[in-house]
Design a protein around this ligand. Structure first.
Ligand code: F6P
Length: 358
Protein backbone atom coordinates (compact mmCIF):
# COMPACT_ATOMS: atom_id res chain seq x y z
CA UNK A 1 0.00 0.00 0.00
CA UNK A 2 1.33 3.45 -0.91
CA UNK A 3 1.18 6.24 1.63
CA UNK A 4 0.63 9.84 0.48
CA UNK A 5 2.25 12.49 2.60
CA UNK A 6 1.34 16.16 2.17
CA UNK A 7 3.79 18.83 3.27
CA UNK A 8 3.41 22.59 3.62
CA UNK A 9 5.34 25.54 5.01
CA UNK A 10 3.32 28.36 6.57
CA UNK A 11 3.98 31.74 8.19
CA UNK A 12 7.24 33.70 7.98
CA UNK A 13 10.06 31.81 6.29
CA UNK A 14 13.47 31.08 7.80
CA UNK A 15 16.68 29.25 6.99
CA UNK A 16 16.23 25.51 7.52
CA UNK A 17 12.79 25.01 5.98
CA UNK A 18 14.22 23.31 2.90
CA UNK A 19 16.66 21.33 5.03
CA UNK A 20 13.70 20.02 7.04
CA UNK A 21 11.64 19.23 3.93
CA UNK A 22 14.67 17.33 2.61
CA UNK A 23 15.15 15.54 5.92
CA UNK A 24 11.55 14.31 5.94
CA UNK A 25 11.62 13.28 2.28
CA UNK A 26 14.98 11.49 2.33
CA UNK A 27 14.11 9.57 5.49
CA UNK A 28 10.70 8.62 4.07
CA UNK A 29 12.17 7.39 0.77
CA UNK A 30 14.86 5.55 2.74
CA UNK A 31 12.22 3.77 4.84
CA UNK A 32 9.50 3.21 2.26
CA UNK A 33 11.08 3.50 -1.16
CA UNK A 34 8.37 3.69 -3.84
CA UNK A 35 5.68 3.01 -1.23
CA UNK A 36 5.62 6.73 -0.40
CA UNK A 37 4.39 9.69 -2.45
CA UNK A 38 5.04 13.27 -1.44
CA UNK A 39 2.59 16.02 -2.23
CA UNK A 40 3.71 19.64 -1.89
CA UNK A 41 0.98 22.05 -0.81
CA UNK A 42 2.04 25.46 -2.10
CA UNK A 43 2.09 28.70 -0.11
CA UNK A 44 1.04 27.20 3.21
CA UNK A 45 -2.57 26.93 4.29
CA UNK A 46 -3.52 29.26 1.45
CA UNK A 47 -2.66 26.42 -0.94
CA UNK A 48 -4.62 23.97 1.17
CA UNK A 49 -7.64 26.27 1.03
CA UNK A 50 -7.44 26.88 -2.72
CA UNK A 51 -6.37 23.35 -3.69
CA UNK A 52 -2.94 24.48 -4.89
CA UNK A 53 -0.80 21.36 -4.59
CA UNK A 54 1.32 19.10 -6.73
CA UNK A 55 2.99 15.73 -6.57
CA UNK A 56 6.73 16.06 -5.98
CA UNK A 57 9.47 14.01 -7.57
CA UNK A 58 12.23 12.46 -5.49
CA UNK A 59 14.98 14.50 -7.12
CA UNK A 60 13.26 17.77 -6.11
CA UNK A 61 14.45 17.09 -2.58
CA UNK A 62 18.11 16.89 -3.55
CA UNK A 63 20.42 19.90 -3.42
CA UNK A 64 18.17 21.90 -1.09
CA UNK A 65 19.94 21.32 2.23
CA UNK A 66 21.74 24.64 2.01
CA UNK A 67 19.06 26.64 0.22
CA UNK A 68 17.32 29.45 2.13
CA UNK A 69 13.58 30.15 1.96
CA UNK A 70 11.16 27.35 1.08
CA UNK A 71 10.74 25.50 -2.21
CA UNK A 72 7.02 25.18 -1.37
CA UNK A 73 6.41 28.90 -0.89
CA UNK A 74 4.74 30.29 2.22
CA UNK A 75 2.12 32.78 3.25
CA UNK A 76 0.67 34.17 6.45
CA UNK A 77 -2.91 32.90 6.78
CA UNK A 78 -3.90 34.06 10.28
CA UNK A 79 -5.46 31.44 12.55
CA UNK A 80 -8.05 33.90 13.85
CA UNK A 81 -9.44 34.26 10.31
CA UNK A 82 -9.70 30.51 9.65
CA UNK A 83 -13.29 30.24 10.83
CA UNK A 84 -14.29 33.64 9.44
CA UNK A 85 -16.04 33.51 6.08
CA UNK A 86 -14.94 36.57 4.10
CA UNK A 87 -16.23 38.34 0.98
CA UNK A 88 -15.10 35.39 -1.16
CA UNK A 89 -17.66 33.26 0.77
CA UNK A 90 -15.08 30.49 1.19
CA UNK A 91 -15.44 28.30 4.27
CA UNK A 92 -11.69 27.85 4.80
CA UNK A 93 -11.87 24.90 7.17
CA UNK A 94 -14.16 22.88 4.87
CA UNK A 95 -11.99 23.87 1.90
CA UNK A 96 -8.84 22.58 3.65
CA UNK A 97 -10.54 19.30 4.51
CA UNK A 98 -11.77 18.99 0.93
CA UNK A 99 -8.25 19.51 -0.50
CA UNK A 100 -6.82 16.96 1.95
CA UNK A 101 -9.39 14.48 0.68
CA UNK A 102 -9.12 15.26 -3.02
CA UNK A 103 -5.30 15.07 -2.84
CA UNK A 104 -5.84 11.64 -1.25
CA UNK A 105 -3.50 12.46 1.62
CA UNK A 106 -2.89 9.99 4.42
CA UNK A 107 -1.31 12.72 6.50
CA UNK A 108 -0.12 16.32 6.33
CA UNK A 109 3.10 17.77 7.72
CA UNK A 110 2.84 21.44 8.71
CA UNK A 111 6.13 23.31 9.10
CA UNK A 112 5.68 26.58 10.89
CA UNK A 113 5.53 28.72 13.99
CA UNK A 114 2.87 29.42 16.60
CA UNK A 115 0.09 30.43 14.19
CA UNK A 116 0.78 27.41 11.99
CA UNK A 117 0.57 25.13 15.02
CA UNK A 118 -2.79 26.58 16.08
CA UNK A 119 -4.25 25.78 12.67
CA UNK A 120 -2.49 22.39 12.64
CA UNK A 121 -4.16 21.57 15.96
CA UNK A 122 -7.54 22.68 14.64
CA UNK A 123 -7.16 20.47 11.55
CA UNK A 124 -6.12 17.59 13.78
CA UNK A 125 -9.25 18.11 15.89
CA UNK A 126 -11.25 18.17 12.64
CA UNK A 127 -10.04 14.62 12.03
CA UNK A 128 -7.03 15.09 9.70
CA UNK A 129 -3.76 13.27 10.35
CA UNK A 130 -1.37 16.10 11.17
CA UNK A 131 2.27 16.33 12.23
CA UNK A 132 3.85 19.70 13.08
CA UNK A 133 7.48 20.73 12.75
CA UNK A 134 8.68 23.74 14.78
CA UNK A 135 10.08 26.56 12.68
CA UNK A 136 10.78 30.15 13.69
CA UNK A 137 13.67 32.53 14.17
CA UNK A 138 11.81 33.69 17.30
CA UNK A 139 12.39 30.35 19.10
CA UNK A 140 9.08 30.79 20.90
CA UNK A 141 7.21 27.54 20.28
CA UNK A 142 6.04 26.03 23.52
CA UNK A 143 7.36 22.62 24.50
CA UNK A 144 10.61 22.64 22.50
CA UNK A 145 13.97 23.96 23.66
CA UNK A 146 14.81 25.07 20.15
CA UNK A 147 13.19 25.66 16.76
CA UNK A 148 14.96 25.44 13.41
CA UNK A 149 15.83 28.84 11.97
CA UNK A 150 16.69 30.33 15.35
CA UNK A 151 20.43 29.64 15.37
CA UNK A 152 20.90 30.81 11.77
CA UNK A 153 19.21 34.09 12.73
CA UNK A 154 21.40 34.35 15.85
CA UNK A 155 24.47 34.03 13.59
CA UNK A 156 23.21 36.73 11.22
CA UNK A 157 22.19 39.16 13.99
CA UNK A 158 25.52 38.55 15.75
CA UNK A 159 27.37 39.41 12.56
CA UNK A 160 25.41 42.67 12.37
CA UNK A 161 26.32 43.53 15.97
CA UNK A 162 30.00 42.72 15.25
CA UNK A 163 30.04 45.03 12.25
CA UNK A 164 28.25 47.81 14.09
CA UNK A 165 30.95 47.71 16.79
CA UNK A 166 33.63 49.04 14.48
CA UNK A 167 31.61 51.92 13.08
CA UNK A 168 30.27 52.77 16.56
CA UNK A 169 33.87 53.04 17.81
CA UNK A 170 35.03 55.15 14.87
CA UNK A 171 32.24 57.69 15.34
CA UNK A 172 31.89 57.58 19.14
CA UNK A 173 28.19 56.78 18.78
CA UNK A 174 25.47 54.90 20.60
CA UNK A 175 24.14 52.36 18.12
CA UNK A 176 20.69 50.82 18.59
CA UNK A 177 20.21 47.61 16.60
CA UNK A 178 16.64 46.40 16.15
CA UNK A 179 16.49 42.61 16.26
CA UNK A 180 13.42 40.66 15.11
CA UNK A 181 11.06 39.31 17.76
CA UNK A 182 7.76 40.96 18.55
CA UNK A 183 6.71 38.86 21.50
CA UNK A 184 9.79 36.86 22.42
CA UNK A 185 13.29 38.17 23.10
CA UNK A 186 15.32 34.97 22.52
CA UNK A 187 16.95 36.18 19.32
CA UNK A 188 17.89 39.55 20.83
CA UNK A 189 19.18 37.94 24.02
CA UNK A 190 21.33 35.31 22.30
CA UNK A 191 22.71 37.58 19.56
CA UNK A 192 23.20 40.35 22.12
CA UNK A 193 25.31 38.07 24.31
CA UNK A 194 27.15 36.59 21.28
CA UNK A 195 27.84 40.05 19.85
CA UNK A 196 28.89 41.61 23.15
CA UNK A 197 26.08 44.18 23.29
CA UNK A 198 26.22 46.55 26.26
CA UNK A 199 22.47 46.84 26.70
CA UNK A 200 19.84 44.21 25.77
CA UNK A 201 16.15 45.11 25.75
CA UNK A 202 13.53 42.38 25.26
CA UNK A 203 9.71 42.36 25.30
CA UNK A 204 9.47 40.13 28.39
CA UNK A 205 11.45 42.61 30.49
CA UNK A 206 10.04 46.16 30.07
CA UNK A 207 12.81 48.75 30.22
CA UNK A 208 13.26 51.85 32.32
CA UNK A 209 14.75 54.47 29.98
CA UNK A 210 16.53 56.09 32.94
CA UNK A 211 18.41 52.84 33.56
CA UNK A 212 19.27 52.58 29.87
CA UNK A 213 20.63 56.15 29.81
CA UNK A 214 22.53 55.50 33.06
CA UNK A 215 24.19 52.43 31.50
CA UNK A 216 25.34 54.56 28.54
CA UNK A 217 26.66 57.22 30.95
CA UNK A 218 28.48 54.62 33.02
CA UNK A 219 30.31 53.36 29.95
CA UNK A 220 31.30 56.92 29.07
CA UNK A 221 32.66 57.46 32.58
CA UNK A 222 34.63 54.21 32.20
CA UNK A 223 36.29 55.72 29.14
CA UNK A 224 34.27 53.86 26.44
CA UNK A 225 33.42 56.10 23.52
CA UNK A 226 30.52 54.01 22.21
CA UNK A 227 27.68 51.77 23.33
CA UNK A 228 25.78 49.03 21.55
CA UNK A 229 22.12 48.32 22.27
CA UNK A 230 20.41 45.15 21.03
CA UNK A 231 16.71 46.03 21.05
CA UNK A 232 13.96 43.54 20.26
CA UNK A 233 11.30 44.78 17.82
CA UNK A 234 8.73 44.22 20.54
CA UNK A 235 10.62 45.95 23.38
CA UNK A 236 8.32 47.96 25.64
CA UNK A 237 9.01 50.70 28.17
CA UNK A 238 7.71 50.27 31.73
CA UNK A 239 4.97 52.81 30.95
CA UNK A 240 3.95 51.08 27.71
CA UNK A 241 3.84 47.70 29.43
CA UNK A 242 0.99 49.02 31.61
CA UNK A 243 -1.02 50.09 28.57
CA UNK A 244 -3.02 48.26 25.93
CA UNK A 245 -1.29 47.74 22.58
CA UNK A 246 -3.68 50.20 20.91
CA UNK A 247 -2.80 52.94 23.40
CA UNK A 248 0.97 52.68 23.16
CA UNK A 249 1.04 52.26 19.40
CA UNK A 250 -1.16 55.38 19.03
CA UNK A 251 1.16 57.29 21.39
CA UNK A 252 4.21 56.18 19.39
CA UNK A 253 2.57 57.19 16.11
CA UNK A 254 1.71 60.62 17.52
CA UNK A 255 5.29 61.11 18.68
CA UNK A 256 6.51 60.04 15.23
CA UNK A 257 8.25 56.86 16.42
CA UNK A 258 7.29 53.74 14.54
CA UNK A 259 9.28 51.32 16.65
CA UNK A 260 10.72 51.12 20.16
CA UNK A 261 14.24 51.38 18.72
CA UNK A 262 13.56 54.81 17.19
CA UNK A 263 12.11 56.05 20.42
CA UNK A 264 14.93 54.67 22.58
CA UNK A 265 17.60 56.22 20.33
CA UNK A 266 15.95 59.65 20.50
CA UNK A 267 15.49 59.45 24.25
CA UNK A 268 19.12 58.42 24.84
CA UNK A 269 20.27 61.32 22.68
CA UNK A 270 18.11 63.74 24.67
CA UNK A 271 19.13 62.34 28.07
CA UNK A 272 22.88 61.84 27.51
CA UNK A 273 23.78 64.13 24.62
CA UNK A 274 25.38 61.12 22.85
CA UNK A 275 25.01 60.90 19.11
CA UNK A 276 22.81 57.90 18.27
CA UNK A 277 21.98 55.90 15.16
CA UNK A 278 19.69 52.98 14.55
CA UNK A 279 20.27 49.87 12.43
CA UNK A 280 17.43 47.58 11.33
CA UNK A 281 18.70 44.37 9.72
CA UNK A 282 15.05 43.26 9.32
CA UNK A 283 14.34 40.34 7.02
CA UNK A 284 18.04 39.73 6.42
CA UNK A 285 17.75 37.79 9.68
CA UNK A 286 15.48 35.32 7.88
CA UNK A 287 17.47 35.10 4.66
CA UNK A 288 20.13 32.88 3.17
CA UNK A 289 21.57 29.50 3.94
CA UNK A 290 20.91 27.72 7.27
CA UNK A 291 23.81 27.45 9.70
CA UNK A 292 25.44 24.06 10.31
CA UNK A 293 23.54 23.88 13.62
CA UNK A 294 20.21 24.37 11.85
CA UNK A 295 21.07 21.88 9.09
CA UNK A 296 21.70 19.24 11.73
CA UNK A 297 18.57 20.15 13.70
CA UNK A 298 16.40 20.24 10.57
CA UNK A 299 17.72 16.83 9.53
CA UNK A 300 17.10 15.39 13.02
CA UNK A 301 13.56 16.81 13.08
CA UNK A 302 12.85 15.66 9.52
CA UNK A 303 14.07 12.12 10.15
CA UNK A 304 12.01 11.95 13.35
CA UNK A 305 8.89 13.16 11.53
CA UNK A 306 9.39 10.41 8.93
CA UNK A 307 9.36 7.91 11.81
CA UNK A 308 6.09 9.39 13.07
CA UNK A 309 4.57 8.95 9.60
CA UNK A 310 5.78 5.34 9.46
CA UNK A 311 4.20 4.70 12.88
CA UNK A 312 0.98 6.58 11.96
CA UNK A 313 1.60 8.73 15.04
CA UNK A 314 -0.44 11.87 14.36
CA UNK A 315 -1.79 14.90 16.23
CA UNK A 316 1.70 15.77 17.44
CA UNK A 317 4.57 18.15 16.76
CA UNK A 318 8.28 17.43 16.81
CA UNK A 319 10.28 18.95 19.67
CA UNK A 320 13.74 18.95 21.22
CA UNK A 321 13.69 18.49 24.98
CA UNK A 322 16.92 18.22 26.96
CA UNK A 323 18.85 17.15 23.87
CA UNK A 324 16.38 14.48 22.75
CA UNK A 325 13.87 14.69 19.92
CA UNK A 326 10.33 13.84 20.95
CA UNK A 327 6.70 14.31 19.91
CA UNK A 328 4.44 16.71 21.83
CA UNK A 329 0.65 16.51 21.41
CA UNK A 330 -0.51 19.47 19.30
CA UNK A 331 -3.33 20.07 21.76
CA UNK A 332 -0.79 20.60 24.57
CA UNK A 333 1.24 23.29 22.84
CA UNK A 334 -1.11 25.11 20.43
CA UNK A 335 -1.88 28.66 21.54
CA UNK A 336 0.98 28.79 24.05
CA UNK A 337 4.13 30.88 23.65
CA UNK A 338 7.57 30.11 25.01
CA UNK A 339 8.73 33.48 26.34
CA UNK A 340 12.04 34.30 28.02
CA UNK A 341 11.30 33.56 31.71
CA UNK A 342 12.54 35.86 34.49
CA UNK A 343 14.81 33.10 35.80
CA UNK A 344 16.27 32.29 32.36
CA UNK A 345 19.91 31.20 32.67
CA UNK A 346 20.96 33.37 29.74
CA UNK A 347 19.46 36.47 31.39
CA UNK A 348 21.58 35.73 34.44
CA UNK A 349 24.63 35.25 32.23
CA UNK A 350 23.95 38.66 30.66
CA UNK A 351 23.58 40.27 34.09
CA UNK A 352 26.80 38.68 35.29
CA UNK A 353 28.63 40.18 32.27
CA UNK A 354 27.47 43.64 33.37
CA UNK A 355 25.04 43.89 30.45
CA UNK A 356 22.18 46.23 31.27
CA UNK A 357 18.71 44.81 30.70
CA UNK A 358 17.16 48.24 31.21
O1 F6P B 1 7.79 35.27 13.18
C1 F6P B 1 9.04 35.55 12.66
C2 F6P B 1 9.20 37.03 12.38
O2 F6P B 1 10.40 37.19 11.66
C3 F6P B 1 9.19 37.92 13.60
O3 F6P B 1 10.41 37.96 14.29
C4 F6P B 1 8.85 39.24 12.96
O4 F6P B 1 8.28 40.10 13.92
C5 F6P B 1 7.87 38.85 11.90
O5 F6P B 1 8.15 37.51 11.57
C6 F6P B 1 7.92 39.68 10.64
O6 F6P B 1 6.90 39.25 9.80
P1 F6P B 1 6.73 39.57 8.26
O7 F6P B 1 7.67 38.71 7.49
O8 F6P B 1 5.32 39.23 7.97
O9 F6P B 1 7.06 41.02 8.08
Amino acid sequence: MTIRVGILTSGGDCPGLNATIRGVAKALYQRMGDKVELVGVLNGYDGLISGNYREMKQDEFSGILTRGGTILGTKRTPFKMMRVVGDDKVDKVSAMKKTYKSAKLDCLLCLGGNGTHKTANMLSQEGLNIIGLPKTIDNDIYGTDVTFGFHSAVDIATDVIDRIHTTAGSHSRVMCIEIMGNKAGWLTLYSGVAGGADIILIPEHPYDIKKVAAAVERRRQDGRNFSILAVAEGALSLEEAKQKRKEWSAARAEAGYTTATNRIAKEIEAMTGAETRICVPGHMQRGGSPSAYDRVLATQFGAYAAGLVADSHYGVTVAMVNGRVQANPLADIAGLTRSVPDDCDMLNVARSMGISLG
